[in-house]
Design a protein around this ligand. Structure first.
Ligand code: NAD
Length: 279
């Protein structure tokens, strides 16, 4: 099972995002880390946002700069309006502008519904939904101020919201998380509609099961992984590069006509695999 896990990796085209400036939130771990590195490999300068774990963020910066582009780490809680504004100011100060935002930071605080505290509900909504709202708003201001620079990109800016298959798949015991991602979907589509005339492309990626610290319990043991694979027609658990490569493509002009879309990167998890043998 999952033998394609060891297959050769795709190579990120080195010049696809040459000269572009990117900001990735929650970029010192998992999907955000892989995305920040892949954007750097594709030629973008990258701001590596983190909220805790400065050393991990610095290691990501080091790896990105080894590809000949610029990178810097910036500590900010994406759910804090003032900290997000300061992060954007720092980005523009250092890089001159911003072309790509990957609003990736997210967390889980799981509990059965009747045991879920208001604090657990609120924390997940604050980070996963309000955090994306705040970062997207500050990025859009920069994009609108600058407009299109044709030598850099056909778009005035690109926003990629990291959603989840749980924007459409209900998830018992995770009502806060599923509600936050459902919110991300409608926020993304509304922003896409509002900002498209200004040549800003807003889209989302909805990962399926990706091996990161957020869901370690779901894949760490062979039994858990076997259980998980029952939900994945493509028969392998995803890894962070699967999402990072989708983000690079979506941010590039190769996808310039993709506006308001959710790209499901999930090995077929949203294809109702339970119906594969009948139903
Ligand atoms: P992860 O735990 O490895 O990374 C999450 C990152 O977000 C960390 O760097 C964390 O420090 C950061 N973060 C948390 N709160 C923050 C805050 N207030 N401000 C700034 N940063 C903050 O998990 P991951 O799997 O890489 O998750 C990344 C995104 O992908 C999340 O939005 C998650 O919901 C989404 N996602 C993950 C999976 C999966 O299977 N791993 C599936 C679907 C969606």
């Amino acid at each position: 099972m999952g033998s394609s896990q060891d297959a050769p990796r795709a190579v990120v085209p080195e010049h696809l995002l040459k000269g572009q400036k990117a900001l990735v939130t929650g970029a010192n771990s998992g999907i955000g880390k892989a995305t920040a590195i892949a954007l750097g490999k594709a030629g973008a300068d990258v701001v590596v946002n983190y909220v805790t774990g400065r050393e991990d963020a610095e290691a990501v910066v080091e790896e990105i700069t080894s590809h000949g582009v610029r990178a810097l780490a910036h500590e900010a809680d994406v759910s804090d309006e003032g900290q997000v504004a300061a992060m954007m100011e720092h980005t523009v100060q250092e890089f001159g502008t911003l072309d790509i935002l990957v609003a990736n930071a997210g967390l889980q605080r799981d509990a059965p519904f009747t045991e879920m505290t208001l604090a657990q509900w609120q924390k997940v909504l604050d980070v996963n939904l309000t955090g994306q709202f705040l970062c997207a708003r500050e990025a859009a201001k920069v994009f609108l101020r600058r407009g299109v620079v044709p030598e850099v990109s056909r778009a005035a800016g690109k926003i990629i919201c990291m959603s989840s298959v749980h924007q459409i798949i209900p998830w018992s015991g995770h009502v806060n998380y599923a509600a936050s991602k459902g919110g991300v979907q409608m926020m993304m589509e509304t922003l896409a509609q509002e900002l498209a005339p200004k040549k800003i492309r807003v889209n989302a990626i909805a990962p399926g099961a990706i091996k990161t610290p957020i869901n370690r319990d779901a894949w760490q043991t062979p039994e858990a992984e076997k259980d998980l694979l029952r939900l994945i027609p493509y028969d392998r658990v995803g890894d962070p590069d699967d999402i990072a490569h989708a983000a690079v493509a979506l941010a590039s002009d190769l996808m310039d006509y993709v506006v308001g879309a959710t790209l499901y990167v999930d090995g077929g998890m949203t294809l109702f695999p339970g119906f594969a043998t009948g139903g």
